[in-house]
Design a protein around this ligand. Structure first.
Ligand code: NAD
Length: 486
């Protein structure tokens, strides 16, 4: 029996599965059925303190381990993740609800992060200048920073933790992960496989729970840095409290991604991409398409084709063959989504497709069908807020200038896409859009592991983004040595 089939999850500290020092637990549901699949402990600051102490002790020896030796463990881990790919994907679908194909793709994204981290020997190499003056030379050396706290959201139980701990650990840090209490199972399996790969005790630890664990990590003197991914208000809070405690913090936050469709776009590609980006993973992606700014002259044709494609979507349990749209994460999230649909109607947007009336939306599980609003304006709440559900807003715009202006009005700036064949429009879009991750004729332009994952404005707080060279720099510090040869 693995840790993912136990009734009440345990924390993973110092290579042992230990009970949290609390009786308080929360139910973990299968969102497709509403069934309780586990209980997650709501750990205390005492649990955090224990984990951080253990991680701090482990850091003393782990940082001394030769980098290629650390990398070898990452190579073994990569192979184990590949060997267990199907099981990991099923677990993601079970606790998160996204369909199996999407879950399978998420596992791939996680593995790619491990592959990037296994390059630690090249990544950590320093730089030298043999003659900065007569008989004088300088060089830069790179070192880990200590114990890292990682706090992750429910929507990518594998990929998001893998943005953090593989590179942190490969570069010589030790790690305490607090997974989302709504999707905590996968993290335990990741720990088991890391142990099997030969990771020494105490290097990677998990403390399950909610805000007490987060605060415990943010306030702990022995935690050097915090990597956070989640909603905007919590990201802002984490960034402020963490930096107030003089820690390095990167906090990736919410989004409201705009897609711009120009009149020369390949309409079939644009509608397919946007349909996938808006309704894939039930709209619960930080790179989901939430708004389409479409040129007026083609808006009717676009809306008709998009609606036709949305009507073809199969809704249901993500483990069933052919299902595209799974449930949202919880009953409360479904209720919140329905209240946004009501607010869109009240504010005068035209409801083109109503996901409340789909058969699946009336059954067990937290289903909402694909929902499309047309004639949305920037005064409406459905345009302003991150709904994080399969609800798409269409705004009709005069031209590209108006589309860019609308996009830049949003407080969020995670991603943005353009659909066009015109190079000049692409250039104007690239230069004028305030967003960190752009796509051209593609719906979800989520960067791969070796590029930074980089929102702007209220979609990100900090300096160095997740992944790629930014990730490496976030988890390391440098020494410069100047030597006179006498
Ligand atoms: P969330 O903010 O509710 O939770 C994220 C983490 O913070 C969880 O581990 C949770 O336990 C903890 N948390 C929640 N409330 C807290 C509080 N008051 N004090 C301290 N800790 C708290 O986010 P979620 O609903 O799990 O995830 C969805 C959100 O994450 C969306 O807004 C989405 O856009 C965002 N997200 C962003 C990115 C990105 O790269 N920018 C990636 C994935 C998800």
């Amino acid at each position: 029996m693995t840790q993912t089939t136990v009734k009440t999850l345990k924390n993973y500290i110092g290579g042992e599965w230990v009970d949290a020092k609390t009786d308080k637990t929360e139910k973990v549901f299968n969102p497709a059925t509403g069934e309780v699949i586990a209980h997650v402990p709501i750990s205390t600051q005492e649990d955090v303190d224990y984990a951080v102490q253990v991680a701090a002790e482990a850091f003393e020896t782990w940082q001394e381990v030769a980098v290629p030796k650390r990398a070898r463990i990452l190579f073994k881990y990569q192979q184990l993740l590949i060997d267990n790919w199907d099981e990991l994907a099923r677990l993601i679908t079970l606790e998160n609800g996204k369909n199996y194909t999407e879950a399978y793709g998420e596992v791939q994204r996680g593995i790619e992060n491990v592959e990037f981290a296994a390059g630690a020997p090249s990544l950590m190499m320093g730089e030298q200048l043999p003659s900065i003056a007569t008989d004088l030379e300088s060089g830069v050396y790179r070192y880990p920073i200590g114990v890292i706290g990682g706090i992750t959201p429910f929507n990518f139980p594998m990929m998001v933790p893998c943005w953090m701990f593989p590179i942190a650990v490969a570069t010589g840090n030790t790690f305490v992960l607090k997974p989302s209490e709504r999707t905590p199972l996968l993290a335990n399996r990741l720990a088991e496989l890391f142990e099997e790969a030969g990771l020494p005790k105490g290097v990677f630890n998990i403390v399950h729970g909610a805000h007490d664990v987060v605060n415990g990590l943010l306030d702990h003197k022995k935690v050097a840095a915090i990597s956070f991914v989640g909603s905007q208000p919590v990201a802002e809070y984490v960034y402020k409290r963490g930096t107030d405690n003089l820690k390095r913090v990167q906090a990736l936050a919410g989004a409201k991604n705009h897609s711009i469709v120009l009149r020369d776009a390949n309409m079939d590609n644009a509608t397919t991409q946007i349909m996938n980006a808006a309704f894939g993973s039930a709209g619960e992606r930080c790179m989901a398409a939430s708004v389409v700014a479409v040129e007026e002259s083609i808006a009717d044709e676009f809306v008709e084709l998009l609606t036709q494609k949305a009507n073809e979507i199969t809704i249901g349990n993500g483990l069933d063959e052919g299902v595209f749209l799974g449930p949202v994460i919880r009953d409360q999230h479904k209720e919140r989504t329905l209240s946004y649909i009501e607010s869109g109607e009240k504010e005068g947007a035209k409801l083109i497709r109503d996901g409340r009336v789909d058969e699946a939306a009336k059954q067990e599980g937290y289903f909402v069908g694909p929902t499309i609003f047309d004639h949305v304006t920037s005064e409406m709440k459905i345009w302003q807020d991150e709904i994080f559900a399969p609800v798409l807003s269409i705004v009709r715009v005069k031209d590209l200038d108006a589309a860019i202006k609308l996009t830049n009005q949003s407080r969020f700036a995670n991603g943005a896409c353009i659909f066009t064949k015109d190079g000049g429009s692409v250039r104007q879009f690239r230069e004028k859009i305030d967003a960190g991750m752009l796509g051209v004729n593609i719906g979800v332009p989520a960067p791969m592991a070796f590029f930074p994952f980089s929102g702007w404005k209220d979609s990100f707080y900090g300096d160095l983004h997740a992944n790629g060279k930014d990730g490496l720099q976030f988890f390391t510090r440098k020494k410069v040595i100047t030597t006179k040869w006498v």
